[in-house]
Design a protein around this ligand. Structure first.
Ligand SMILES: Nc1ncnc2c1ncn2[C@@H]1O[C@H](COP(=O)(O)OP(=O)(O)OP(=O)(O)O)[C@@H](O)[C@H]1O
Length: 265
């Protein structure tokens, strides 16, 4: 676990600065700021409609903030189109799984690995030497990730035939194959049973430790967030309500009030 004293000495890997998002008259996010540090697992929580998904979509560049900035290693990411965020080291998974259902597990993971290569259709067709070298390294990467996530047995299985929990693991594999610096996880525990959530928590922690990854977790499952996050940011009605260690946020009177007044646990 990263200590607060170490954090102070580190420049933030990602800084959310005064981000506001308005949809017509609805202010989905209202001046939200926080920092993420290298190696951190940051849990983003809040009752329904708090603005978590909106913030997640800003980080993955699907939404453009009305004002404010998001900096990655000091440089704004807001000029990047969504399909180019993998190049700066941001990877994501989707709440409802967004894989190519008719492709095999291996081919889905290969798509992730290719998002960091610079080959193009002409170089691919000409089978230039550097493209062949790049293919070899992609294949090596894909095999390594499949082994890491225990997906070798289903490597050649078409994704649509797999249980939901396994599909979620394939999505994680695809995101990891692009070697992100920051992994954005959108409700990874959604649709999983108790045992699967426990295994997932362990896996996220392992990914952070083994692969030196920084993880942002948007999650309704409080048990998961509180057991694996180093730092928690709580939103409500588009504003930051509290941030701190899981224990600090759990004990915050405003957070308790927000949750007691909602349908969330
Ligand atoms: N595309 C959109 N158009 C209009 N309003 C939106 C849009 N997306 C979100 N909102 C509104 O913005 C606010 C924040 O929504 P958001 O989905 O970010 O919350 P959330 O914390 O992710 O909620 P949940 O936990 O239910 O997914 C809500 O009032 C929502 O209705």
């Amino acid at each position: 676990m990263i200590q607060a004293s170490q954090m102070k000495d580190q420049e933030a890997l990602l800084s959310v600065r005064d981000v506001t998002v308005a949809f017509g008259g609805i202010i989905a996010l209202n001046g939200v700021s926080f920092d993420m540090h290298k190696g951190q697992i940051l849990g983003l929580i809040g009752p329904n409609g708090a603005g978590k998904t909106t913030l997640f979509n800003c980080l993955s560049r699907l939404y453009q903030p009305s004002s404010g900035d998001i900096l990655m290693e000091g440089a704004s990411i807001l000029t990047r189109p969504p399909h180019r965020i993998a190049e700066i080291g941001i990877g994501r998974t989707f709440q409802n799984v967004a894989l190519f259902p008719n492709l095999s597990v291996m081919d889905n993971v290969r798509v992730g690995a290719h998002s960091r290569t610079s080959s193009d259709i002409i170089s691919d067709s000409l089978k230039l030497a550097w493209v062949r070298r790049s293919e070899t390294s992609v294949n090596k990467k894909v095999h390594e990730i499949l082994a890491y996530l225990d997906l070798e047995d289903v490597a050649h299985t078409v994704v649509s035939g797999l249980p939901f929990g396994t599909q979620k693991r394939v999505e994680l594999a695809r995101a990891l194959a692009a070697d992100p610096k920051i992994l954005l996880l959108d409700e990874p525990a959604g649709g999983l049973n108790h045992e699967e959530v426990y295994v997932l928590g362990d896996l996220i922690r392992r990914i952070r430790d083994d692969r030196h990854m920084t993880v942002l977790l948007v999650e309704h499952h409080m048990g998961l967030v509180m057991s694996i996050a180093d730092h928690v940011v709580a939103l409500n009605f588009g504003k930051k309500l509290a941030e701190g260690t899981p224990a600090q946020v759990q004990a915050d009177p405003d957070v308790i009030k927000a949750y007691l007044g909602s349908k969330d646990q």
